[in-house]
Design a protein around this ligand. Structure first.
Ligand code: SF4
Ligand code: SF4
Ligand code: FES
Length: 234
């Protein structure tokens, strides 16, 4: 098949390679073949090759995906593939993006746990069937791969927008009964660059390889902000 691969930085271009088809071949296998057999200067990232780490995320025929979990048979069109870096992130080189702004936004969204207990306290006991726990559990398995961020058009239009992953993370912490920074976190995600910019396009939810719904979490944040505002807390 003919495979076009992005080469260079932001001002790069697609370069075409001939790659043999193999049974059960993944898009990551294709990239690895090119790097090992055709052009050792090709830069790309991966670690686990089994859908655990999320580091192999790229754009395949215009759609953000984990390349190790994407079989060529599912995405090849007329014996052609186009493989590029994730959208909405600066390209360092070839298929490697700079994830710093993605994780800086987790920090801006107060995506870290604020403990209320000390090491002298007993373990917190949160009932598995508590509604808050169920809401947090639904978003907790995010592995920070950036696929949703790459798929979000609002990030493209507004580079300040916190994006689906950071907001999903904030939602899981707002619903964590052990956390002590709920209002600060709601303030952090309430501004113009926060959850109210989400247009509910659902691209993040459609594309998340972990089956999470950042859209639902963002809707939840909007509800919590409205409740806190009505209560005069924000
Ligand atoms: S639902 Fe919101 S966060 Fe998700 S892709 Fe659409 S605009 Fe972006
Ligand atoms: S929400 Fe899903 S797509 Fe987005 S970073 Fe987390 S695991 Fe990846
Ligand atoms: S290499 Fe780890 S998820 Fe693809």
């Amino acid at each position: 098949m003919k495979v076009s691969v992005w080469r260079g930085g932001a001002e790069g271009r697609y370069q075409e390679y001939d790659v043999p088809r193999e049974p059960s071949q993944t898009v990551l296998d294709v990239v690895t073949y090119i790097q090992r057999s055709l052009d050792p200067t090709l830069a790309y990232r991966y670690a686990c090759r089994v859908g655990m780490c999320g580091s192999c995320a790229m754009t395949v025929n215009g759609t953000s995906r984990w390349t190790c979990r994407t079989h060529v048979d599912r995405v090849v069109r007329r014996d052609r593939l186009e493989i590029g870096p994730l959208r909405n992130l600066p390209v360092i080189r070839d298929l490697v993006t700079d994830m710093r702004e993605f994780f800086d936004k987790w920090s801006r969204a107060r995506g870290h746990f604020a403990p209320t207990a000390t090491k002298g306290d007993d373990f917190a006991r949160i009932a598995p069937d508590s509604p808050d726990r169920a809401a947090a559990d639904a978003g907790i398995e995010c592995i920070g791969c950036g696929v949703c961020y790459s798929a979000c058009d609002v990030v493209t239009w507004n580079r300040d927008y916190l994006g689906p992953a950071a907001l999903n993370r904030a939602w899981t912490l707002v619903k964590d009964e052990r956390d002590g920074a709920k209002l600060e976190r709601l303030r952090a995600v309430a501004g113009d660059a926060g959850c109210h910019s989400c247009h509910t396009h659902m691209s993040c939810t459609e594309r998340c390889p972990m089956g999470l719904s950042p859209t639902a979490g963002i809707a939840g944040l909007k509800r919590e902000i409205a409740k806190a505002a009505l209560a005069g807390e924000l």
